[in-house]
Design a binder for this molecule. Structure first.
Ligand SMILES: O=C(O)CCC(=O)C(=O)O
Ligand SMILES: [Fe+2]
Length: 310
């Protein structure tokens, strides 16, 4: 039976990398502790997320329609992470790297690069959100190093894929489960993540479930561990590793009688990063199973599908 291990990031690199690699071949999910993000940084980001979601709808709407795809406030009903199911029972804000008009990708009109809308009436909001985003980004860079080491590559081997990445922080609010829900309607419908690494800070409520056996339909809940972060792999990683490491389907159940909040960092590599099998993950007996893709094109097509725009 596949389990989601708790991994401390405090040990020597080789040991941590081995533990991370083992989790990546099994659950594709791990719970990390000793991750180095100060508890106060996490606490403040949660507090600011709650403060935003408590605003009246018309004030939240100031962050909608940003002109950049996968950015800003998405009211409940805007997305189905499982294609073809009723809309997810959650609202969220997608915060990207805040890039001005002179940034080369912004100038080139590359999708998903550009400035964020910031609420102008919540002092401290931007600072708290950016502090968490930046800390979680750093953690993802460290995790990329562990992934590389665990695959027999130099620690910095994957860094060039994330020189100027699409990295989006999702502040999510799941409402209490309504009495009446449609068949298959969840807080986040069953999906895989679209990028490389996702880091999830969940509150104490639980409800994040992982499909560990597709044939048997077995879901297990990601353990709720005080001060931990859940890490999971997105679709780029099986492509790099020829399925040695897995991007598992997961979902979020709405809690009964209370709200749930989470902070999800999608570390999605450079738009133009070409993703193909790494040299240590293929050989004469194990030819590449995937055609190369551009990370950003994959991401955008999955995003558009989720909002019914493709
Ligand atoms: O809120 C969570 O715990 C995870 C949400 C998720 O899987 C996603 O947004 O991709
Ligand atoms: Fe996800």
């Amino acid at each position: 039976m596949i389990e989601i291990p708790v991994v401390s990031l405090a040990g020597p690199d080789a040991e941590v990398a081995a533990a991370v690699g083992a989790a990546c071949t099994g659950a594709g999910f791990l719970v990390v502790v000793d991750h180095g993000i100060p508890a106060e940084v996490v606490r403040r980001a949660f507090a600011e997320a709650e403060r935003f979601f408590a605003l009246p709808r018309e004030r939240k709407a100031a962050l909608a329609d940003t002109g950049i795809e996968d950015r800003g406030w998405f009211p409940m009903g805007g997305q189905s992470l499982e294609t073809g199911t009723p809309p997810d029972l959650s609202e969220f804000v997608m915060v990207g790297r805040d890039l001005g008009p002179d940034h080369p990708e912004v100038r080139a009109g590359t999708p998903m690069y550009g400035p964020n809308p910031w609420p102008d009436d919540l002092p401290g909001w931007r600072e708290a959100v950016e502090a968490y985003h930046s800390a979680a980004d750093d953690l993802c860079r460290r995790l990329l190093g562990y992934l590389a080491l665990s695959l027999g590559l130099p620690a910095d081997h994957l860094a060039p894929f994330a020189g100027d990445p699409v990295s989006t922080l999702k502040l999510a609010h799941y409402v209490p489960r309504p009495d009446q829900v449609a068949e298959g309607q969840l807080g986040a419908g069953a999906h895989t993540d679209w990028g490389a690494i996702s880091v999830v800070a969940q509150d104490g409520v639980g409800g994040l479930e992982v499909l560990v056996d597709e044939e048997a339909g077995t879901w297990i809940e990601a353990p709720v561990v005080e001060g931990s972060l859940v890490v999971n792999l997105g679709d780029m990683v099986p492509r790099w590793t020829n399925d040695r490491y897995v991007s598992r389907t997961h979902r979020v159940r709405n809690p009964v009688g209370r709200d749930r909040y989470s902070l999800v960092l999608f570390f999605d590599l450079d738009y133009h990063a070409r993703i193909e099998v790494l040299e240590t993950c293929t050989g004469p007996d194990d030819p590449p199973r995937y055609a190369p893709v551009l990370a950003g094109e994959w991401l955008l097509s999955r995003y558009r599908e989720s909002i019914g725009a493709s």
